[in-house]
Every structure is written in C-alpha cells, then in structure tokens.
Ligand binder design. Structure first.
Ligand SMILES: Cc1ncc(COP(=O)(O)O)c(C=O)c1O
Length: 529
C-alpha cells in the first residue's frame, strides 16, 4: 500500500497497480461462478476492489457477514478510522466559534473540508457554497424552511422521492404554495419525459422571458437515484427545469456513493446528501451544496449561535453572517468534518468510475439471476420492482419473493430468515411511500378514499391495521443494494439463500413481530405519505 498525505492526516491510498496483477477476483463455486465471468468478463478489471475489501473491510469476511444494505449506509475502511484516530491523538481541537489555537485548528480543517467537497464535485467556490448539515434530511429542511414559496408559489416533486424530500411539501403548503407530483410509469418505476415536460412546462416562461428573480416558478425536487428502485433519473432534467424557470433541488444521497456527479456540467440550485452513505464514516454529517445566487434568495426563519454577524437583545435585531455559516446552526461536528476530507480522498484514490463499473456488473448479474429463479412448477420466485436491466440505474434492487402459488412472502419473514443466514438486507418501503404505493398498485382513490379517512389512530392504531384497511397482504418489499466493498460472493450467497429458503416452500409466517409504526417492527414499514 502506498500512502497519501491529506490535509487532515495520512490516508492509505488504494494500491495503484493492483488492477494490472493477475486477477485476484474472488469467485466461489456455485450459483454464479460458472456463468458470471462469461457474462461480465470485465469484472476482472475491478480486482483492485477485492484487494481493498480484504485489507480495509476485514470485518465483513472475518464474520462471514453478507452486507447488502449500501443504500442504507456505506461501510468505513480501516484507513478512514486510522486517520481519524491519528488526528484525535495528535493534537487538541476546540470549538470553532473562537479564536484560540485549538479553535483555529478546527476552523482550518473545516475550511479544508469545504474545499475538498468542491474539488470532488468539480464545483467552483464562486458558484457553490458547502454547508455542513447533520444529514441529507437536514439539508432538505434548510431549503424547505427558507425557500421563498410566498414569491414562487409552486413545488413540483417526483412521486419517487425519499420522505426527506416529500417533507418539503409541508413548508410549501404552509405558505399556500401549490404542490404537485409527477407520476411514475408503472412498468419500470421511471418517469417519462412527457410527464416531466408536462409538469415543468406548465409553468414555462414565455418566449423571450428570462428566469430572473420575479419570473421563477418555484422549486422542482427529485432524486438523482431512487432509494427504492435504483432508477437513475436523468440529470438533464436540471437544465430543462431551469430553462423553464424552476429552481432545482437534486437529492443526490443515493446517487453519489457509486456514481459521478459533476457540478461543472449540471448545476442544480441545491444538492443534498449524507456522507455516511458514500463512505460509511463519519455518521451525523451531511451537506447542502447550494448555488450562491440561490442561497441569496433563501430567507432563514430564525437565527442561532454560529449563524450571525451579530444580534441584539435590547435592539431586537440580528444580522446573519454573509457566508455559508449563516446556514450552519450551532456548533458543527468539528471533530468529524475533517473525516469528510479523508473519505473523499479515499473514494478519489479508488476512483468512483471503477466503483460504478463494479456495482453495475454485480447488479446486472443479480437482476438476471433473480428473474430466472423459478419454483418447481415453473412459477417465478421473485416479483421485481423497477427496471429489469442494468440500463440507467444504480445498484439498488427492490423485489418480493413469491411462494409457489404466487402469493407474496411477508417481508418480515425475509428479514428474519436473511438475518439468521448472516445477510443484511432492508425490508419495508424504505421511506419512499410513492414508490411503495406504485409498486403495490395502490391508487390515489384507495389512500385518499373513505377508508383513509378512518385514519389516524385510535381507529387505525398500527401499521398492520392500516395495511388491512387498504387491503395489502404484506407491508413492503425487500431491497438489496450494492456498494464499494461488494463482491460476487455476496451476490452469490444471497441468491443461494433465496433459492434454499423460498424455492418450493410455503414460507413460515408464524410469530412475526407486529408492524406497529414506520420503522418500528421486525420489518420497516412507512405508512404516511
Ligand atoms: C435518496 C435518499 N434521500 C435522502 C435520504 C435521507 O438521508 P438521511 O436519513 O441521512 O438524512 C435517504 C436515506 O436513505 C435517501 O436514500
């Protein structure tokens, strides 16, 4: 291993020449070994990631753990933890809201982290500000609570969004703004160009008008990658929406861990993400990348420590700081923000395009194998949600198992069985109620109809009661998601598990824990949209 000095310590750089060695690709015998390399011969060019997995993510194989929840959280390399520990042991860091040496040491590293973020996304400091938040949700909230919905009274959302983005509608509504959704195409959970054009075009500027301050229509928010289906929605929508007079919030949380986002090429007004999804550590830090011109149009509803140029009690006034710190409430996570610099150095050293290719090969193979799984009577073992091939998608695959009679296998049983087999997958609706409703064929009539009006509690106290009311036999899907440290053995073990556990079996649905509320049960189920 070679070493790389970073501003915040020394991070072990992935060995540069590994891809040139005799391929060290790890393929076990069994399900995939025979056909995988024939189908994806270029997988061997990603062998460097096998070496890194062994050296830097040893806790996976030493515990025999199959981790398939990268859309939930990425994993930390040993190198990241060593750099953190070295920095903490090396000197003293103080609260950055001060001028003493310990404080200045923190401030220097925070500013270096901002620079590293801009460099990584190819954004210029003149154009974009980097605001550290607790997570992607916190970044969405900053925009939602300060966006001038009173001047630009429209919010357009894709139905495919995480709840972090759906929540924007409550800010919009509280200012009387109109909220509308762009629907999915049921076949593959993509959104058609026609539907996007219709949604954005309705507010289009007249010929010759420029999208100046008073001509803006409102905010359009969508995910670069669906956390439910893995669909990568076109980045070209950013330009299209802006040309029609919209500000754009691009939720990049699920996209950036395995795909390149180049802010020199597409320039959304706002980009939101969580760092732990990208490189596992640190948790508790996200980011709002905001175009400075758009940031200047936001109106913060309050002020707090760290955000002000000055405030007065007797004068009853405050003036916000004139840089990004105006949006960073209180004391930022100054001991961990430098780890963002290291995480980005780690990903850059490996190469995001290499990660993207590897995850693409594994996803293509997984999709093909799942589609081919059959019961002895010829009935399919899996119902897939989203695109069936690897085109324009990330490494997230959502599906349900089916029993030999075609009935859906309870997602709580899958969580239980996979856990017992040492496999981490996610089950439920993944806080993406729009995708869940579409995947399970729930119409607006059902969720808004008379049965919905029986809600909320005490008439419908639990999620199980709600599912009964809307006539759903189960509470959600199964999600397998792949990432930086995934290898073919993970995919193979999951496929073996699937076949062994569900082929020609009536699944054991006894003693499953009740679904009490969103995210609080044996399985995770979201029910409010
Ligand atoms: C696409 C997407 N957006 C936003 C979020 C919210 O991220 P966080 O919970 O870190 O704020 C998630 C989390 O899973 C996500 O997948």
């Amino acid at each position: 291993m070679t070493t790389q000095s970073t501003a915040t310590g020394t991070i072990r750089r992935p060995p540069a020449g590994l891809a040139l060695r005799a391929p060290a690709v790890r393929i076990a015998k069994g399900h995939a070994g025979s056909g995988f390399l024939a189908a994806y011969p270029d997988y061997v060019t990603t062998a460097r990631l096998d070496e890194l997995r062994a050296a830097e993510y040893p806790y996976l194989d030493s515990r025999g753990h199959v981790y398939l929840d990268y859309a939930g959280a990425g994993l930390a390399a040993d190198a990241q933890l060593r750099v953190h520990a070295g920095r903490m042991r090396g000197r003293c860091f103080g609260n950055p809201h001060s001028e003493n040496p310990a404080s200045r040491a923190s401030t220097v590293l925070i500013e270096q982290a901002r620079d590293a973020v801009l460099r990584y996304f190819n954004a210029s400091a003149d154009e974009y500000a980097v605001i550290f938040t607790p997570n992607a949700t916190g970044a969405c909230r900053l925009v939602g609570e300060a966006y001038p919905f009173w001047h630009q009274p429209r919010l357009v959302l894709t139905a495919d969004n995480h709840n972090a983005v759906h929540g924007l509608r409550e800010f919009a509504r509280s200012h009387g703004a109109a909220v509308s959704y762009v629907r999915f195409s049921p076949a593959d959970l993509r959104v058609t160009d026609t539907d996007i054009s219709a949604a954005l075009g309705r507010g289009a500027l007249q010929h010759g008008e420029s999208p100046g301050r008073n001509r803006r229509r409102g905010l359009f928010a969508y995910p670069a990658q669906s956390n439910f289906s893995g669909v990568q929605h076109p980045l070209a929508w950013v330009d299209q929406a802006q040309a029609a007079g919209w500000d754009v919030l691009l939720d990049a949380a699920a996209f950036v861990p395995t795909s390149r986002l180049d802010l020199g090429a597409v320039k959304p007004e706002f980009v939101t993400l969580s760092w732990y999804k990208m490189f596992g550590y640190p948790t508790g830090i996200g980011c709002l990348l905001a175009r400075r011109d758009a940031l200047a149009r936001l109106r913060r509803p309050w002020f707090s420590g760290g955000t002000v140029w000055g405030a007065s009690v007797q004068g009853g006034f405050h003036r916000l700081a004139d840089d990004e710190t105006a949006f960073e409430d209180g004391t930022v996570n100054f001991l961990s923000i430098p780890d963002v610099t290291n995480g980005l150095a780690w990903i850059s050293g490996i190469g995001i395009d290499l990660i993207h290719r590897r995850v693409g090969y594994l996803t293509g193979w997984l999709l093909g194998c799942l589609a081919r799984l059959k019961h002895g009577n010829g009935a399919p073992l899996v119902r897939l949600y989203g695109p069936a091939d690897g085109e324009a998608r990330g490494g997230t695959v959502a599906f349900n198992f089916l029993d030999p009679n075609g009935a859906l296998v309870d997602e709580r049983a899958v969580a239980r069985d996979a856990g017992a087999a040492g496999i981490s997958v996610r089950t439920g609706c993944f806080c993406n109620p729009g995708a869940w409703e579409q995947a399970f064929g729930l119409t607006g009539q059902v969720v808004r109809g008379t049965r919905w009006r029986a809600f909320p509690p005490p008439n419908v106290p639990t999620v199980d009661d709600y599912l009964k009311l809307i006539g759903l036999p189960i509470g959600g899907a199964v999600r397998v998601s792949l990432g930086l440290a995934s290898d073919i053995r993970d995919v193979e073990r999951f496929l073996d598990f699937a076949e062994r556990t569900y082929r020609d079996q009536e699944p054991d649905g006894h003693e499953l824990p009740p679904r009490l509320r969103c995210l609080r049960a044996g399985a995770r189920v979201c029910f409010r949209s």
